[in-house]
Design a protein around this ligand. Structure first.
Ligand SMILES: Nc1ncnc2c1ncn2[C@@H]1O[C@H](COP(=O)(O)OP(=O)(O)OP(=O)(O)O)[C@@H](O)[C@H]1O
Ligand SMILES: [Mg+2]
Length: 517
């Protein structure tokens, strides 16, 4: 029945009989029972009224002049608009053959004339009930189908129905949009060459490993996070795909395949990774720049430091020249002076080598390193500054420390930053004569070595805890405030910890731990 049928159509009954008396009897029987009753005296008007009024039930006489009841029934059932109308034949014919013919044309019941009122009422009531239920059921079905369709169309995921021979039996709109193939191109086609492989690249033709193949051959559900599908235009796209088997009699008869295009997510992920790599690269650059800047700040001290052996070399060279002019030649003194030139040249060379290794481009390689040697080297670098400020650096290095597994240049940078901070904190205090102390020790668990840098300077500001390791926090006029944040990054990237405490007698202790080999 069409949706625009009249409101009371589900209780509307059309009575068709060429005999006015019969019609009269039927009218009397059914009147007053809440039905809307219509009458037709022949087949033609029965069809016309049926089309117009869309009754729920037609009580239809068979033997009529012109179009007989069978023909009316055939035409009603042959037209999609009227096919749902329930037809009950009324006839004096009581032959089984006639009943079979009537039922074969789509009628649901047969009432023999002359009829009993109770029988007519009972049969009409039953058929009306069935008719109403059917109408409600088909309306519900239509609703469900429409909902289903809407869901399938609205889904961003592609959905394909596939039979046991890998032929596509169903494709939702997203499957078409994502693949670039139209529904008619997809339906009936083998999915493998269409979506799962690229004809121009035989490398991709591995049917056996595809989730669909496993589902179809093993009857098991499959899911793959990163599968490549191919579009009609030859482009590939990344998908998450899941295949579920359609089982019948314990046999896999096909599969339903769901796939979601994740190309954009993958692009975003790659961009994010690139951004993280860039940030990491920038961090390394900053660490290096900070080392160069420290060296820049210490340049005057280094110049002075290198100048000393150079002056000594120059003096020894003059001495040598004098020795050479003497007769007889004092070879022994000359050799001694030349040896001293060698010693001083090596001293200058050592200083330059230390600076060079400290400012060299980052390679970030972990090596086996002797912690005490590393600290001694860095103390020697820092001593240039210390001497300039008439300060001293003391070391208390634990013996027999296991080797560290670190990037030595980066760890030197941490130690130098801490030592210089310590000296800067003591510069304007009475305690400066006490100098900075650097200690090494093995932590209890034997897997970490701890380095402490102790100063007796002005101590930390009250709010230091929250800000100390934040980039650009500085209380110094000429400071950049990146020293400690770089130290923190370096130590944590080595799997260690950087911390600090206030010295009970004034000053600060910075400690960092590092993993041993
Ligand atoms: N040993 C210390 N004693 C007292 N305050 C300290 C000590 N070490 C660091 N600080 C405080 O922490 C701040 C940040 O130190 P950080 O080394 O990060 O930067 P900075 O020394 O100011 O500048 P730079 O980037 O040149 O090292 C310092 O400005 C200082 O206020
Ligand atoms: Mg600093």
């Amino acid at each position: 029945m069409s949706d625009n049928s009249p409101a009371q159509a589900d209780s509307c009954i059309l009575l068709v009989d060429d005999n006015p008396t019969n019609l009269q009897v039927l009218l009397q029987t059914l009147n007053g029972r809440g039905y809307k009753l219509l009458i037709a005296k022949n087949g033609e008007s029965a069809l016309r009224i049926a089309h117009k009024a869309m009754p729920a039930v037609v009580l239809l006489d068979i033997m009529m002049p012109g179009i007989d009841g069978y023909e009316v029934c055939r035409q009603l059932k042959g037209n999609p608009l009227t096919e749902k109308i329930t037809v009950i034949f009324l006839s004096a014919l009581d032959d089984t053959k006639d009943k079979v013919k009537g039922l074969g044309l789509g009628a649901v019941d047969f009432i023999s004339k002359p009829f009993q009122s109770d029988e007519v009422i009972a049969r009409v009531e039953t058929q009306l009930k069935i008719h109403r239920l059917e109408a409600a059921l088909s309306a519900r079905n239509r609703q469900l189908e429409a909902d289903n369709q809407r869901i399938l169309e609205a889904m961003g995921e592609g959905i394909l129905g596939i039979d046991a021979q890998r032929r596509i039996t169903f494709a939702n709109p997203s499957a078409c949009t994502l693949s670039g193939w139209s529904e008619s191109e997809l339906i009936g086609a083998d999915i493998f060459p269409l979506l799962l492989s690229n004809a121009s690249d035989p490398e991709t033709q591995s049917l056996e490993s595809s989730p669909l193949h496993i589902t179809l051959t093993k009857g098991s559900s499959q899911r793959k996070e990163d599968e490549t599908f191919w579009k009609k235009n030859g482009e590939s796209f990344s998908v998450i795909v899941s295949c579920n088997p359609i089982m019948e009699d314990n046999q896999c008869n096909g599969a339903v395949m769901l796939f979601r295009d994740i190309s954009r997510e993958k692009q975003q992920q790659a961009k994010l990774q690139q951004a993280l790599d860039d940030a990491e690269h920038q961090k390394e650059k900053l660490t290096h720049i900070s080392r160069l800047s420290t060296m820049g700040e210490m340049a005057a001290g280094f110049a002075h430091e290198v100048n000393q052996p150079l002056t000594a070399i120059s003096n020894y060279a003059q001495v040598c020249s004098r020795f050479l002019k003497q007769e007889p030649l004092d070879k022994e003194s000359l050799t001694e002076a030349l040896d001293k030139i060698g010693v001083q040249a090596r001293r200058a060379g050592d200083i330059i080598a230390r600076i060079r290794s400290f400012v060299k481009k980052p390679q970030h390689v972990l090596e086996a390193v002797d912690c005490n040697k590393l600290i001694s080297d860095v103390v020697r670098l820092a001593e240039v500054d210390a001497r300039n400020n008439s300060m001293e650096i003391h070391t208390h290095l634990a013996e027999d420390l296991p080797q560290l597994n670190v990037d030595p240049v980066q760890i030197q940078q941490v130690a130098l930053n801490l030592i210089r901070n310590g000296m800067e904190a003591m510069q304007a205090t009475e305690n400066r004569a006490l100098g900075v102390t650097v200690e090494t020790c093995l932590l209890k668990d034997n897997h970490m070595v701890e380095v402490s840098v102790i100063d007796r300077g002005h101590g930390l500001a009250e709010d230091a805890e929250e800000k100390l390791f934040t980039p650009f926090y500085t209380t110094k006029n000429s400071g950049m405030g990146i020293g400690l944040s770089i130290c923190e990054t370096i130590i944590s990237s080595h799997g260690g910890k950087l911390g600090f405490e206030r010295h009970p007698e004034g000053g600060t202790i910075f400690r960092f731990s590092l993993p041993t080999l």
